[in-house]
Write a protein that binds this ligand. Structure first.
Ligand SMILES: [Zn+2]
Length: 235
């Protein structure tokens, strides 16, 4: 969908670095913020991004929000989102698809109780793509490096607690901890690894990110994982 009201200009895209027609794009998707937080200054941080880099991300943003909103105990920000835009989203034309996208990630968890489910955000490439995009945007915003391509970033859910000494060394940003708290550490060891990130949404769902000098360095450090989608798109 093209929003004609959006101002466009020629400049270097903050995500891919190419000189292209760009629009200002939010580094942290607006859809993650409930109405009561709409005056957040952090939420208004934007970078220039081209149409190629933005392609399809508005839909993925909404899906990403739905996933992090259902994962775990809700805080007040989540409750507000759940009763507002998330619910409304399911009532829209493509609401069934959105709901199905979400349910495809849920697995019955009889060990914790009847009718309870676990959700696995890392199984969904769209979720991880948004994490990578946020990290690319934040990397640019903090001027850590030049533009970071999608291929330079590895993202996953945080599977182990980050060692305390690394947390202590990280640059911490807690603009709105009830929405997004994040930290990063610039590295030059091992060669090719530029920075490490953690992002925690709504005080509970945490992701890890690693930014490499280029795609080859990422492939060298991170073994490509087998496809873990398990047919979740086959509804
Ligand atoms: Zn771009």
């Amino acid at each position: 969908m093209i929003d004609v009201k959006r101002r466009t200009r020629w400049e270097n895209c903050g995500l891919c670095g190419e000189f292209r027609i760009t629009t200002r794009e939010h580094v942290v998707p607006r859809s993650l913020y409930p109405v009561s937080k709409s005056n957040s200054t952090f939420q208004r941080i934007t970078i220039a991004a081209c149409a190629t880099c933005n392609n399809g991300t508005a839909d993925d943003d909404a899906h990403f929000r739905n996933v992090v909103v259902v994962a775990g105990e809700p805080n007040d920000a989540v409750k507000e989102l759940w009763s507002g835009p998330v619910h409304r989203g399911f009532d829209q034309v493509d609401g069934r698809r959105r709901a199905r996208d979400l349910f495809n990630l849920m697995r019955p968890a009889p060990d914790i109780g009847p009718n309870l489910y676990r959700i696995y955000p890392a199984e969904d490439p769209r979720v991880l793509r948004i994490i990578r995009k946020i990290i690319r945007g934040l990397s640019r915003y903090h001027e850590l490096t030049g533009p970071v391509s999608d291929g330079q970033v590895f993202a996953d859910v945080l599977r182990q607690p980050i060692p305390q000494e690394i947390v202590a060394a990280m640059e911490h940003k807690t603009a709105e901890p009830d929405i997004l708290e994040y930290g990063y550490l610039c590295l030059d060891e091992p060669p090719g690894l530029l920075s490490a990130w953690f992002l925690r949404f709504y005080e509970r769902t945490s992701f890890l990110g690693l930014v490499f000098a280029d795609e080859a360095a990422r492939q060298e450090h991170i073994d490509p994982k087998p496809n873990t989608q398990r047919g979740s798109n086959a509804a």
